[in-house]
Design a protein around this ligand. Sequence first.
Ligand code: PMP
Length: 407
Amino acid sequence: VSTPLAAVLGSDHTVRCSDGTVRRTIDLDYAASAPALAAVVDRVQEVVPFSASVHRGSGHKSAVCTEAYEAARRTVHAFCGADDEDVVVFGRNTTDALNLLAHCVPGDVVVLDVEHHANLLPWRRRRVVRTEGTIAATLVRLEAVLSAKPAALLAVTGASNVTGEVLPIAELAALAHRHGARILVDGAQLVPHRRVDITAAGVDYLAFSGHKLYAPFGAGVLVGRRDWLDAADPYLAGGGATSGVSVLTDGDVDVRWHPAPARHEGGTPNLLGAVALAAACEEIARLDPVAVAAHDRAATDAVVRGLTRTGGVRVLRVWDDSDDVVGIVSFTVDGVDPVVVADALARDHAVAVRAGKFCAHPLLARLGADDGAVRVSVGLGTTAADVEAFLDALTVTCLSLRRGVAA
Ligand code: PMP
């Protein structure tokens, strides 16, 4: 880990620790929400003074807002390598995007048992496939499942939010297509770390969140093929989703719905969220993807090396043959509650990590970590000093907790 790849906000926050010292906070919880990029916040601030209705007003400010919103849509479209058949629907976050697609999918959905709950619970007719010890064997099993009984959609994560392991999405897309299924990639963890070109990879749908992509909170997107989205009832019915409404003589209402994306974006849109997300896409697109991957790799390798030196720690991995990992490492500490570890790191050392089951209960069970784990996640603002400070803090924490247990 050499220098930070981009300026993030909040890296100068301080907090008073349990011993009374005031220390700089160390953010190692990028996978939950990444700190906003300074350039993204600047772009949002340019738009804030134009508080006017998107798509609905005739004044200058409204025209500016409408153009900013639609420009954000074009930016996201280009960022994902989408083609003319693809639409970008803005929503609240990845969870919302996945629920939108679940509302539109015309059949069964196949998922793996490693998914975040957001890519498991929304699907109504779902079949969960048990992962094998290698990605290669997992693909063989998936192939068997899809050939035995067709599905409309294969819904997979691009990168695990627990282990950071990256799945081969182009290979999975080809596999799904061989069996007449489409593929959705939950890009919540992948997109902040790797360029995803959905046309090149053959991905039909991609979902991700702005707040994990260095934008402030507020927006997520579903990007993908228009036909299912146009055929479904509106996900969020209301103003803006229709081109005409009339009350019939029998008291019923006749509605002509717009095609997607307007069809699913009823109500006044989240302009600032969309602008922030698109600005984040532009900033990320400016970075060298090889440098970003190398930065991830250096930081995660340093974390794993340090953890291996810390006795009684087990790093969680699903697959023996996964050769790419985004900046996420989860681990358990023998005999110690992960929440106690995370609390001590925060309280005594100003180090922010996450503990628990990361909204992926089946995966934690699959990994034999039913009591949860501690997760460290890095990103564009992480430095070698951050990783070192975490490892030193963990050593001290483990020693004092073990002493506490022994006493
Ligand atoms: N999928 C994955 C892989 C995630 O890590 C997360 C967030 N933890 C989500 C989906 C849901 O994202 P959001 O909370 O922004 O809806």
